[in-house]
Design a protein around this ligand. Sequence first.
Ligand SMILES: Cc1cc2nc3c(=O)[nH]c(=O)nc-3n(C[C@H](O)[C@H](O)[C@H](O)COP(=O)(O)OP(=O)(O)OC[C@H]3O[C@@H](n4cnc5c(N)ncnc54)[C@H](O)[C@@H]3O)c2cc1C
Length: 238
Amino acid sequence: MPKNVVEMEIDEVTMELPDTKTLRLKWPEGYETDFKTGQFITVYWPDTPKYKRAYSLSSCALDTGFFEVTIKRDGKMGTRIVDWAEKGNKLFVIPPVGRFLPVLEPEKHLVCIAGGSGVTPFRGFAREATLRKLETKITILYSVRTTEDIIFNDEFRELEQKNPHFKFNVTCTRLSDSDPWPGRRGRIGADWVKEQISNINDTIFYACGPNALVDNAERLVLEELQCPKEQLKLEKWG
Ligand SMILES: Cc1cc2nc3c(=O)[nH]c(=O)nc-3n(C[C@H](O)[C@H](O)[C@H](O)COP(=O)(O)OP(=O)(O)OC[C@H]3O[C@@H](n4cnc5c(N)ncnc54)[C@H](O)[C@@H]3O)c2cc1C
């Protein structure tokens, strides 16, 4: 086993949705780590050490003593975790790495584009900015099929109450016409993104999740908004 891999106990599990579970992985006694909000850990089960998968931290760097990851039932690892992982189980954890980091400067506006489970790292962004009472503007633009598919809805609404610089904006793509949802419908398009921006030079775009969503966000930002690629950060899950 490489030196930096640590066995961690699952301290708490939370079903966010019927197909989405958050694991809280407790740091062992004396564990020290220097990590940043927006990074990901890699995990594997003790009985299948060759099968490793990456998960974005849904907790933030101010949350110490544990890592949280939020996982959708998808594929082999996603299904095993959502259907079988329980409190007291142990997973091996490769410490956080990654460059999908929030630029938490006061004059910046972080526009975070997500679909489905791709919203996970943005919970960390919003938590850190709120806990630190930062002036950085953060706007999440979140696409889900229906109102039943919104992950962290309650927590994001609470963060909006606490943090005047944070907005959680949802669009639903597959609601029936009779659904009473008063919010936005349809996919994330250039017009909706433009509505959020007051000064494009101070805006940094983030997109996270499955390849198709991230590729679409990349095209939208670079081609339709004509934004330089230095102002765009992407986290592709494959
Ligand atoms: C940096 C990073 C961060 C990530 N963060 C998260 C996160 O926060 N939350 C999260 O849920 N995931 C995240 N992922 C994705 C995660 O790592 C796994 O890829 C995911 O859980 C799927 O598990 P798997 O790879 O074992 O799936 P696999 O079994 O390898 O399947 C991969 C894909 O192929 C599909 N597939 C498999 N078999 C078939 C078949 N027979 N027919 C059709 N389709 C099939 C699966 O549905 C799945 O979409 C992240 C990935 C990266 C790279």
